[in-house]
Design a protein around this ligand. Structure first.
Ligand SMILES: Cc1cc2nc3c(=O)[nH]c(=O)nc-3n(C[C@H](O)[C@H](O)[C@H](O)COP(=O)(O)O)c2cc1C
Length: 261
C-alpha cells in the first residue's frame, strides 16, 4: 500500500457509501493499522487514539453499513481555537481518507453513526467521529472534476496572487459534513508566502446541525492545503498568527495559517 503524493487523488476521491460487507483480509488490516500509527498530527501535544472496529460495533440506524470503521478518540484540549482538538482529528483522519482512495479502498466520514458503549468505554479519551472503510461496491473515483459539487474558488478566497490557485484548488475539493464547505482563505499583508485559514460562523439554525463538524472540516481542508503546497515543492509550516486573527473577514473565525517556503 502506498503513501505517495496525494495531490492527484484529491482530484478524484469521493465518499463511498456502498460496501462489500466481507471483512478485509488480515494482511490488509495489519497494513492499515501500521499506516494509522504513522499519521501526522496537527498538534502533537493533543493525545489521540484510533481503533479499527467492525460493523457489529456500530449503531448505524438508517445508514448503510461498512465492514470496518476507524473510531477516532481525542483528549479534549483547546488549541488556539476552542475546538482545536477536533481540527486535529480532521487533519489526521483525512490522511486515511486519501490513503484508502489511493489504495483501491472506499471510505466515508460518518458523523451520524455512533459506536456501541463497549467501544466508547474502551478508551480514556473522548470519542469524536467514525470513518467507514472497505471494498467499494460502487465506482471508487470521480472521472471528472465537474462531478465535484463545490463552491467556485472566488467564493472561498480573497487572494490576489493567482500562483496559489492550484494549491487552493486542493482545499476547495475537500470533503465536509453535509458538504457545507465552511472555509475561507485570505492572504497575509505582511508575508506573501502565507495563506490564512478561516471558518464561517453559521447562523443559529445552521449552527444546530453544523457547529459540531466545522472544526473537523477545517482540519480536513487544512490537510488538503498542505498536500497542495507540498506537491508544488513548498516546505510547509502551520502557524498561529495573532495579526491574521485580528484581520479575519466579517462572519468568519480565524483558524490557523499555512506558511510556505
Ligand atoms: C465531518 C464529516 C461528517 C460526515 N458525516 C457523514 C454522515 O454521517 N453520513 C454520510 O453519508 N456522509 C457524511 N459525510 C460525507 C459528506 O457528506 C461528503 O464528504 C460531502 O457531501 C462531499 O462529498 P464527497 O466526499 O463525495 O466529495 C461527512 C463528511 C465529513 C467531513
Amino acid at each position: 500500500m502506498k503513501d505517495a503524493d496525494f495531490y492527484p487523488i484529491i482530484f478524484k476521491r469521493k465518499s463511498i457509501r456502498k460496501y462489500d460487507l466481507t471483512p478485509l483480509d488480515d494482511d490488509t488490516l495489519e497494513n492499515i493499522k501500521d499506516h494509522i500509527a504513522s499519521l501526522k498530527s496537527l498538534y502533537n501535544d493533543i493525545e489521540v487514539d484510533f481503533k479499527i472496529i467492525s460493523q457489529n460495533d456500530v449503531n448505524s440506524r438508517m445508514m448503510k453499513k461498512a465492514p470496518h470503521y476507524i473510531a477516532a478518540f481525542s483528549e479534549i484540549k483547546e488549541k488556539y481555537t476552542k475546538e482545536g482538538y477536533k481540527t486535529n482529528i480532521g487533519f489526521i483522519l483525512q490522511q486515511m481518507d486519501l490513503f484508502f482512495s489511493a489504495n483501491g479502498l472506499g471510505s466515508c466520514w460518518q458523523g451520524i453513526p455512533k459506536p456501541h458503549k463497549e467501544v466508547l468505554k474502551s478508551s480514556d479519551l473522548e470519542f469524536i467521529i467514525l470513518m467507514a472503510f472497505g471494498n467499494p461496491k460502487e465506482t471508487l473515483h470521480r472521472n471528472n472534476i465537474l462531478e465535484f459539487k463545490r463552491k467556485p474558488l472566488h467564493k472561498i478566497c480573497k487572494i490576489s496572487d493567482s500562483s496559489f490557485d492550484e494549491i487552493l484548488e486542493a482545499a476547495r475539493l475537500a470533503p465536509s459534513a453535509t458538504n457545507s464547505q465552511p472555509w475561507f482563505f485570505t492572504e497575509n499583508t505582511e508575508n506573501n508566502n502565507v495563506i490564512n485559514v478561516h471558518s464561517f460562523r453559521p447562523n443559529i439554525m445552521r449552527a444546530i446541525m453544523l457547529k459540531k463538524y466545522i472544526p473537523i472540516d477545517m482540519g480536513i481542508a487544512l490537510y488538503h492545503l498542505k498536500v497542495g503546497a507540498e506537491h508544488f515543492g513548498k516546505v510547509v509550516e502551520i502557524v498561529f498568527d495573532e495579526n491574521a486573527k485580528d484581520n479575519t473577514p466579517n462572519g468568519y473565525n480565524y483558524v490557523i495559517s499555512l506558511k510556505m517556503d
